[in-house]
Design a protein around this ligand. Structure first.
Ligand code: UD1
Length: 427
């Protein structure tokens, strides 16, 4: 099994171009199912989650070709509406294919994704939105059988602004008969990118209020060329690493407007964060200070996906920080590993109290989920000594060659195959 080995304590310096957004690319790939034509996606990150989405597209009959960060998808011949379990299991967010497969073919058969490392992750809101649009859905022991000759527009109210349910409802509504009003929709930048993409393909979607989207159903969608937005969580992970290790980094292609809440928190901790056009400079020197209270919130609040890397950074900030996770019920998998590196973190329900220590120390730790893995890299970059991180496959779901990125910034970081000898004991 591969490991990432970080020799910490070296400040980060240089320039890095932020990868394309995983969470924007995935629903856009699901949207390709709706298109009777050829789509060209630029800035599409090469990650295992994106490869899992492409495998689903190919299974459904699409022809997909990657050249660097350009992905071309020809979805003229969709020949299938069943997604096998092994493809669904590769990635929990494959549920977002439900709306588009149903809208394109009139049917969809797939297994409901189960819970995952960070919580139960139910799909009740996805299903009630699709039912409101006219889908008949049977759940036979976790196999979802969905049918709708043609979906019809309706008013759909989401009681919480679920990102995935918003995406599924949009994908089902764009070619439905009539108009849909989606109330309480998510406002994440990735939703805006999906809307931009769909409108470029001939959809008619407008934001009519902060959490409201109106959709005028159209008969068909055509292909387009689209550039995926930068990955705000990948950018935030580098920013947190600069906070932890010190240094000065220019992040190109960073979409600073998507990172406002995060930039504010980093500034409160003592980092310098400056915007120049589409770029961000982040700099830090010496010990940061604690941030008394941070809560994860739906956009434009502080993102739950950035909670783990932020906590890694705050582990060595002077004073006491309180980090409250309000979105997912089980998203503190990084805490045990950070404690193993010397962090002083106390968990009280959904709240983590971080009493900053002067330094962390390298240790053998395991990434239990994607963002927890990124947090361990951030902690390792700021720590004294060597950190050996196991569970790298989680990190590879969302970060493109993460060790190479940090290497260009001067970090001592390597990926190695497990030789089985002389590695520190895993946690
Ligand atoms: C997406 C992101 C994920 C991010 C999350 C919140 C992708 C691929 N993933 O996940 O990285 O952490 O948004 O910003 O884009 N919920 C229900 N019922 C539902 C759906 C959701 O109760 O039917 C709850 C969830 O359990 C969770 C909350 O709503 O507590 C938010 O989840 P949601 O916004 O749906 O997250 P995802 O779309 O799964």
């Amino acid at each position: 099994m591969e490991k990432i080995i970080v020799c910490g304590g070296k400040p980060l310096h240089g320039t890095l171009r932020v990868q394309g957004s995983k969470n924007a690319a995935l629903p856009i790939l699901a949207a390709c199912v709706l298109i009777r034509g050829v789509t060209v996606l630029e800035n599409c990150p090469d990650l295992s989650d994106v490869r899992a989405a492409v495998a689903i597209l190919r299974h459904l009959g699409c022809v997909a070709k990657r050249e660097g960060h350009r992905l071309t998808v020809d979805s003229r011949c969709i020949s299938c509406y069943t997604i096998p379990n092994e493809l669904m299991r590769e990635m929990r967010s494959s549920i977002v294919f439900l709306g588009s497969v149903l809208a394109r073919t009139g049917n969809a058969v797939l297994c409901a994704p189960g819970g995952c490392e960070i919580g139960l992750r139910p799909i009740d809101l996805h299903l009630s939105a699709l039912r409101a649009l006219g889908a008949a859905i049977d759940d036979e022991n976790g196999i979802l059988r969905c049918h709708a000759k043609r979906l019809r527009g309706a008013t759909v109210r989401l009681p919480i602004p679920s990102v995935g349910a918003t995406e599924n409802a949009l994908l089902a509504a764009v070619t439905a008969k009539g108009d849909t009003l989606l109330c309480g929709a998510a406002r994440e930048p990735e939703i805006d990118d999906l809307v931009l993409f769909l409108n470029a393909c001939g959809a008619r979607i407008a934001r009519t209020g902060e959490g409201d989207l109106s959709v005028r159903g159209v008969q068909t969608l055509h292909g387009c060329r689209h550039r995926v937005i930068p990955d705000r969580i990948a950018a935030l992970s580098v920013m947190a690493a600069v906070g932890a290790a010190g240094g000065n980094v220019l992040l190109e292609n960073a979409a600073p407007a998507h990172l406002e809440a995060a930039s504010q928190v980093l500034r409160r901790a003592g980092c310098r964060v400056e915007e120049t056009g589409g770029s961000l400079t982040v700099a830090a020197e010496g010990r940061l200070r604690a941030v008394p209270s941070i809560e994860t919130r739906p956009h434009p609040g502080f993102p739950t996906d950035g909670q783990a890397v932020l906590m890694a950074m705050l582990s060595t900030a002077k004073g006491k920080s309180r980090v409250t996770e309000t979105i997912f019920e089980n998203r503190f998998h990084h805490v045990d590993a950070l404690r193993r590196m010397g962090a002083n973190i106390c968990l009280r329900g959904r709240c983590a109290i971080v009493e900053g220590v002067p330094t962390l120390y390298g240790a053998a730790v395991t990434a239990r989920d994607l963002r927890a893995g990124a947090a361990l890299i951030v902690a390792g970059l700021g720590a004294q000594g060597t950190t050996v991180i196991d569970g790298v496959r989680h990190i590879d779901r969302g970060y493109e060659k993460i060790e190479a990125c940090f290497k260009t910034l001067g970090a001592q970081i390597e990926r190695s195959a497990d030789s089985g000898s002389e590695q520190p004991q895993s946690e």
